[in-house]
Ligand binder design. Structure first.
Ligand code: DON
Length: 567
């Protein structure tokens, strides 16, 4: 009898504890005691873990992962692009290495317009004229120099070896290559290296990249400046010249990454440490979180029409501000403090009608436009000491401009499209942008990349980021809200269906199976309009620390086959 009572009590306790920690149908985060890497490529995640096992810290691992992804995830991993690395040291110091591409010296405000002043289709997205001066090698090496323990030659070696020996291609890579074949076919080196001259690679086959291996060998032997002043620089500049591109040896020689402080805010008592200009991501994220603090989202629940309505209303307001105000703050005035102030959010929250969508034209004038998602990649690393790296970098579109610099194996970005080609004309992501983001020599194009760290009581709780162009900001927003408001663990928060509104076009982008019919019709009754077709968004890669036990929890997005690995 007594035993039976015990069993009942135990059952009640188990059920009660389950109701405290609700479990949506997601796999558990990967758990490890010492360190963790979450990236979109299993091979690159393993490279990072091996670097830490050899005595490297999170920064050493992050640099090795960044270089390895340039080999194993050529859609976005790169040495021909740029990005942002947020580094939080175990001692609490936080800084960002901004290695965003810069406009070449010969770039000009109207370089993508024809004689009539119209935007020339494809000019800022395809081929050599679309390329910004790459920052990745300079950025990664600066991060290593300032915070790493290992030598450059040691952290570049795994990437060199992967390029020289090859690696087994997975489904996501072969599908991506075939899907981008129209772009890559236009450039002979890209066609030969990535499309095998039209005999598409199949998953399970090996990709060997001898030219890239040679470039990485030069960088290993001669150091990172080789990319900017050595044979690699020369090869890039020659290929540029031969194909109408603007980047010269001088552009490469002059390229410098910037060291920046993060922008910070709070959300329901948690500290949000995020990305300042030249990204719009941090400001927009904080603006939206400040607005959402006015509402009890936990009570409304994840995926409810009330929750989606409020997030969408916050999103359209923040994206309207992004379009108007944001640009490279080294060149133009950005009202950052105002945008992220609680007072400003109080005023914006008052303009939200709980029962009706605010048409985007009423927020600010603009023209509807298309929206498509391509590629970028994020990875997150934590080590045993508690150093954390949250890094997003990109070629912009999937496989960038499509051009591989002859003789280098290096795919070049098309980041110039992130500038305003012409105010009022949408870019590849359908984003409208202002004069603040106009093209100028040496300027960095406005980004949406949002590497972010969330702190609890002064300690790192989790780090997150994602690709997805403008959807990046809303992906990060939803992961933060899913964890803080809805009590999801990091994997559940990443798995949960996403939606996205970017002010213009005035419609909600949503994921397949991401929204049920009742919710959709409740939102339509409020006046919301949905995109014609659903599509996946983002590829978030996160780590979280179990603050009670110190265990490292890793979570990769199921959308692109990422794998977290710990040790
Ligand atoms: O910096 C930016 O905002 C864009 N170049 C990012 C592009 C991107 O995320 C594409 N990925 N899906």
């Amino acid at each position: 009898m007594k035993r039976q009572a015990c069993a009942i009590l135990l059952t009640i306790l188990i059920v009660a504890s389950m109701s405290i920690a609700p479990r949506a149908a997601s796999r558990e985060p990967v758990r490890a005691r010492h360190g963790m890497v979450a990236s979109t490529s299993e091979i690159a995640s393993r490279v990072g873990v091996e670097v830490m096992q050899r005595g490297g810290n999170a920064i050493d691992a992050a640099v090795a992962v960044g270089l390895a992804l340039a080999v194993t995830w050529p859609a976005a991993g790169n040495i021909g692009g740029g990005g942002f690395m947020m580094i939080r040291r175990a001692n609490g110091d936080t800084e960002i290495i901004d290695y965003r591409e810069r406009a070449p010296l010969a770039a000009s405000r109207e370089m993508y317009l024809d004689k009539k002043g119209d935007v020339i289709k494809g000019a800022s997205t395809v081929g050599y004229r679309a390329v910004g001066v790459p920052g990745t090698v300079a950025g990664l090496s600066l991060a290593l120099e300032r915070h790493g323990k290992l030598k450059w030659a040691d952290v570049i070696e795994p990437a060199r070896k992967l390029a020289a020996d090859g690696f087994t291609m997975n489904y996501h890579l072969t599908r991506g290559l075939e899907g981008t074949s129209k772009l890559l076919t236009q450039f002979p080196d890209s066609k030969r290296i990535f499309l095998r001259d039209g005999r598409f690679y199949q998953e399970g086959e090996r990709l060997v990249q001898p030219e890239l291996a040679e470039t990485l060998t030069r960088l290993k032997e001669k150091g990172p400046r080789e990319f900017y002043e050595g044979k690699t620089a020369q090869l890039i500049a020659e290929d540029m010249k031969a194909n109408g591109g603007l980047i010269t040896e001088q552009d490469l020689k002059e390229y410098q990454p910037a060291v920046r402080k993060p922008v910070k805010g709070t959300y329901r008592g948690y500290e949000i440490v995020t990305m300042p200009p030249p990204s719009s991501g941090g400001a927009a994220l904080l603006e939206m979180l400040n607005i959402l603090e006015h509402y009890n989202l936990a009570e409304m629940g994840p995926g409810s029409s009330d929750t989606i309505h409020l997030l969408v209303e916050a999103q359209r307001r923040a994206f309207a501000d992004r379009a108007e105000f944001m640009g490279d703050a080294d060149f133009v005035k950005v009202p950052l403090e105002g945008l992220i102030s609680k007072k400003y959010a109080d005023d914006l929250a008052k303009t939200i009608d709980p029962n009706h969508a605010t048409p985007s034209e009423k927020i600010r004038a603009g023209a509807p436009a298309g929206y498509e998602s391509t590629q970028t990649t994020h990875f997150t690393v934590i080590d045993e000491e508690g150093n954390v790296v949250s890094n997003t970098y990109t070629l912009n579109g999937g496989f960038g401009s499509g051009a591989t610099a002859r003789g280098t194996g290096v795919l070049l970005n098309n980041e110039m499209d992130d500038f305003t080609s012409k105010p009022g004309v949408p870019n590849a992501y359908g984003l409208l942008q202002s004069e603040n983001n106009a093209i100028a020599p040496r300027k960095r194009p406005l980004s949406a990349m949002t590497p972010t760290i969330v702190m609890k009581d002064g300690k790192v709780w989790f780090a997150i980021g994602s690709p997805g162009g403008p959807t990046i900001i809303n992906t990060v927003l939803q992961v933060v809200v899913n964890v803080i408001d809805f009590g999801m663990n990091i994997q559940q928060a990443i798995d949960a269906p996403r939606f996205h509104h970017q002010w213009m076009p005035d419609r909600i982008a949503f994921e397949p199976l991401g929204i049920n019919r009742d919710t959709r019709s409740a939102l339509e009754k409020k006046g919301h309009v949905f995109a014609e077709k659903p599509g996946n968004m983002g590829d978030a890669e996160g780590v979280m620390i179990d603050l009670k036990t110190g265990m490292r929890l890793g979570a990769s997005d199921p959308r692109s086959g990422g794998v977290p690995i710990g040790y």
